[in-house]
Design a protein around this ligand. Structure first.
Ligand SMILES: *Cc1c(COP(=O)(O)O)cnc(C)c1O
Length: 402
């Protein structure tokens, strides 16, 4: 009944087959174990589990069979030895730094990370004595100056949000390793289907499972993938003691989400490419940021490290905030919400939402203009996504899908 896992399986097969070990009931779909603790056969058995002499479940704060399906499957997709699921993407980042850093340690972080991640470093991790140096993701000279023998960890997202800038992950991993530091990549936008940071030399991958791994905007979750010691022991140990645990029901959603991830990412990329092409050709659009465009400033790095562009597209319209808000308010289908990675296309105005807490100067340094709009392209028919965007744009230009 228990089919054997084959290490030679291709990515798509791993996403569907890894991690499911049916019980005696012979269930074909992964069951949800809603239990907080696990029972032992005897006092001796309990002692063996607690001492670690015998591997196995003890208490669901740190292991649960449903969560393990998700963890084993994601580890197999990212090519990591170990995966630890967490209650959110933010909990994944927090757990990693709490487990692997001490007061006085220095980390180098790209300025273009998720806004809440910046707050985590500046407001909370800083309180415990972590020294954070911020650098521009695309400025190689800044990386070379910032990473020194004092650096413990380097942290990036690539592509970045909302401008879709990228960094050469293999080159950055090499630079970090030269100084005895490790590289952590938040792989949220690409997922392992489009980019595998560990294979490029990174040491740890972070996920907000909330986004594409679920794919339908249903649950909050996160994950850390890496080696047996740093992730399997240290991050797991933090989870065991501090408890930022993923709920088994959410783990089930994410494990099932992984089964369709390859298909969904392919469609997300295809739809986003069609929308980006429409925007590039629209006279009211001054600039389109999308990793799939041939004129992307880092197209050559993208071709080397990503097998697809992803589905985040941002663009600037003539007319600033008023024009951008007009486009957003004219939509009848696209959801005005900050989430991404959903089957439903979403639209946001970064300058007044995700980046609203920055000063105008910080925003302009970050390249977030008042006319910028961010789209996370979903799985609806691209014809309908384009028609919905067209409503608020100057309509002398009418786009026709042939
Ligand atoms: C959403 C997001 C996070 C945070 O994840 P949550 O699941 O919302 O806690 C971290 N990094 C990136 C790139 C994200 O988009």
């Amino acid at each position: 009944m228990n089919r054997k896992e084959d290490p030679a399986w291709q990515l798509k097969t791993r996403a569907i087959r890894v991690g499911h070990h049916p019980t005696n009931e012979g269930e074909h779909s992964e069951p949800i174990f809603t239990t907080s603790s696990f029972v032992f056969e005897s006092a001796e058995h309990a002692a063996a589990r607690f001492s670690g002499a015998e591997p196995g479940n003890i208490y669901a704060r740190f292991t649960n069979p449903t969560t393990k399906v998700f963890e084993d499957r994601l580890a197999a997709l990212e090519g990591g030895e170990a995966c630890v699921a967490t209650g959110s993407g933010m909990a994944a980042i927090l757990s990693t730094f709490m487990a692997l850093c001490s007061a006085g340690d220095e980390v180098v972080v790209a300025r273009q990370v998720f806004g809440t991640t910046s707050v985590l470093f500046n407001k909370y991790l800083a309180k415990f004595g972590l020294n954070v140096k911020w650098v521009d993701l695309t400025d190689w000279a800044q990386w070379e100056a910032a990473i020194t023998d004092l650096t413990c960890w380097v942290f990036v997202e690539s592509p970045s949000n909302p401008l879709c800038e990228v960094v050469d992950i293999a080159r950055l991993a090499k630079l970090a390793h030269t100084h005895g530091a490790g590289l952590i990549v938040d792989n949220c936008f690409c997922t392992p289907i489009l980019q595998q940071p560990l294979a490029l030399g990174a040491d740890i991958v972070i996920h907000s499972a909330t986004k594409y791994l679920d794919g339908q905007g249903r649950a909050i979750g996160g994950a850390v993938v890496g080696n047996k010691t740093q992730v399997g022991e240290e991050v797991r140990g933090f989870l065991r003691t501090c408890g930022p645990t993923m709920a088994p029901f959410n783990a089930w959603i994410f494990a099932k989400g992984l089964e369709t991830l390859a298909l969904r990412m392919q469609a997300h990329c295809d739809h986003a490419t069609q929308v980006a092409e429409f925007l590039v050709n629209h006279p009211q659009v001054t600039h389109v940021n999308f990793p799939g465009l041939a004129n992307h400033p880092q197209a050559e790095i993208i071709a080397r490290q990503q097998s697809g562009p992803g589905a985040i597209v941002s663009f600037a319209v003539v007319g600033g905030q008023a024009a951008a808000w007009k486009v957003i308010n004219a939509t009848q289908m696209i959801s005005i919400t900050a989430n991404l990675g959903d089957a439903k296309t979403t639209i946001t105005h970064p300058a007044t939402t995700t980046h609203g807490r920055l000063t105008p100067q910080q925003r302009s340094e970050a390249g977030i203009g008042n006319g910028l709009i961010r789209l996370a392209i979903g799985l609806e028919d691209p014809i309908d996504i384009i028609r919905d965007l067209q409503r608020g744009l100057d309509n002398e230009f009418l786009f026709s899908m042939s």
